[in-house]
Every structure is written in C-alpha cells, then in structure tokens.
Design a protein around this ligand. Sequence first.
Ligand code: AOS
Ligand code: ZN
Ligand code: ZN
Length: 388
Amino acid sequence: MTTLSPEILTALEQQAIELPSWAFGNSGTRFKVFQTPGTPRDPFEKIADAAQVHKYTRLAPVVALHIPWDKVENFADLRKHAEDHGVELGTINSNTFQDEDYKFGALTHEDAAVRQKAIDHHLECIDVMHETGSRDLKIWLAEGSNYPGQADLRGRQDRLQESLQQIYDRLGDNQRLVLEYKFFEPAFYHTDVPDWGTSYAQVASLGEKAMVCLDTGHHAPGTNIEFIVMQLLRLGKLGSFDFNSRFYADDDLIVGAADPFQLFRILFEVIRGGGLNNPEIAFMLDQCHNVEEKIPGQIRSVLNVQEMTARALLVDRDALAAAQRSGDVLGANAVFMDAFYTDVRPALAQWRESRGLAADPMAAFAASGYQNTIAADRVGGVQSSWGA
Ligand code: AOS
Ligand code: ZN
Ligand code: ZN
C-alpha cells in the first residue's frame, strides 16, 4: 500500500471544499426535472444535507448560496442554523438569468433602467453577504447574442465595465467580486464574458478585490484548462473554482467523473502555483445531480477532489524538475504519470480511520439511514435550480 508522507497528510488535513446549495435541490435536464425523495423544501434543509457531506468526509465545511433561490426572511437565522450544523455560509451567487427583463442582457443591457435593476440585485446580494458573513460575490452572466449584427459587442463590454464598477464600489473591505466566464450558452453567437481573458480584463480594471472564477465545465473541448489555472495563479487573479465535469458542454456532472486525469493535472498546477489551501481561492463545486442521489453525489465529488489532490501531491517535483531541465521528455512524463497511476484510496481510508472517520464515507452515509429519514419526512421537495 502506498503511504502518504506527513507533509501530504498535513496538506490534506487543511483541504476545504465549498458545496453549492443547489446541488441538493431537484434540478433539470432540458426535458424533465426528476423528483428525488427527501429533496430539501427550503434552504435550511439544504444546509442540513450539506452538513452530512462534511460529517462523513470532513472536507466540506462551507455552503454556497444562491439568491434568490436561497432567499430567506432572516439570513442571521440561516447562518446560525449552518453553524449549529457545523458548517458556515460561503459564496453568494447572484442571478440575472431568470427574469423577463433580462431577455437582451442585464449588466450589459442597452436600457439603463434594466441595467440598474441588475446592479441593484447585486447590491442586495452584498447586503446578504454582510448578514451571512460571506466574503465572495460570484457573478455569472447569461448575456450575449444569437445572431451576427444583433448586438453591439463593444458597447456591451463598455456597459459591463460600468455596471461591474458600481457593484465593486459597494463591496466591504473584506469582500470580493469573482467573475465567472463561460464560452457559450444560453447565447450561442457571442457571450459577453466568454473566456478567462475577458474576465481577467474586466476584473483587472476593477481592482484588487475582483478575481476570476474558473468553472471547469465552461471551456471548449480540448482546452488546456490547467494552463489557464497556471496563468491565473501566476497573475494573482484566481479567486475561485467551480468544479464539475463534462463530456459535451456545461454538463455539471460529478467532478473527476468524466476525466480524472484532467482533474489531477489541474490540481498539480494548483499545487505548483501555491494555490492549495490558499485562503485566496475558493474551491467550490458547481454541480447538479439529476438522476443520482444528491448527498452521496456530493460525497463522491469531494472524495474525488481529495483523491486527485493526494495523487498530485505525490508527484516527485525534484525529479520532475531535473528531468525537465535535462530535456528528458519521457522521464519527466513518467514522473508525472507515476503519481497519477498511484492508488491512494487504501492510504486515505486508513488515514480517515485514524481521524475518527469511517474508512468509506459513502458506505457510512448509506448505513446511517439519513436518506430514508428525509425521504419519509420531507414531502414535496422543491426544485431549486436549473430546469423549467
Ligand atoms: C452557469 O453555467 C454557471 O456555471 C453558474 O456558476 C452556476 O451554475 C449558476 O449561476 C448557479 O449559481
Ligand atoms: Zn459555474
Ligand atoms: Zn455552468
């Protein structure tokens, strides 16, 4: 069995992954939102479910919220509820993509009144952040156009800058704005924040409290995502990840499920760039569990991140650097692949037991009976995110 060094175990001990509240609600394909027994009926129940993931893995101490999906009357109550369950509230995600007024854009809209409405929504999110104790306001914009000529690309970019500036100016001293990019969808011809370069250009001109969010599912097939991770870390502008995996487009499937090697390569660059356990970077999941059970889906996800982190920490960086320096192409590749092919699961299971956790969190959760209890108790779980 591979053993993990004390340095690696210390790094793993500090790992913290942020769970998205919407992963616990029923979400949809374009065709059907399937109902899962026991689905939370309100944000309080989503937090309770998220806390189960942390209970069995000790990897997920923070829950990200979405406004308005997680709007409650009193956010101080929700914060207290989270703390009582051993987790804290994290990133606040805004929503300017489900409103009739935003048909032709929100922060980029030609009409100043619509832009103001979208800006005001973000100011309201900042107010919420003060109550929840959140640091990050995450902005993903569903803005773009479908046909060449439909929109003034340059004008929209200028308006976006002005709108973001107004939001940025409202941030508290310890708050940040993270701007997510996505190359297409829902618009198909152009998107206003399609790539890391655009996000970087926008946040760089805002100031130090603005960063880029990298969603792993938001790139064209074949994109070298770990290169982008490296570059953003190098520039000091990687604010957060939205982890998930994809086969085709923005699939929002379990991180590490489609391409564990890509996750390994990304995490290697995170480590190389000083990003692991760096408080400046939020390691968030952005996933939907449409056909699988949601709590086990999230447990599987954080374990996948942990396993690939452990493997990436196993890369012999001295040997790698020596091979790189001497032009030993295959030697360097072998050092890298040796770590990737190392099965760390037995060592991690043993380590978990030494910390008072179950060796197999998936099995322990299944045996706990929690899923049956919520299925019996909660009737009429609500759809919380994507889909009709
Ligand atoms: C949309 O494609 C993005 O990935 C968003 O980050 C996210 O899924 C949504 O805004 C929920 O907050
Ligand atoms: Zn995302
Ligand atoms: Zn997405």
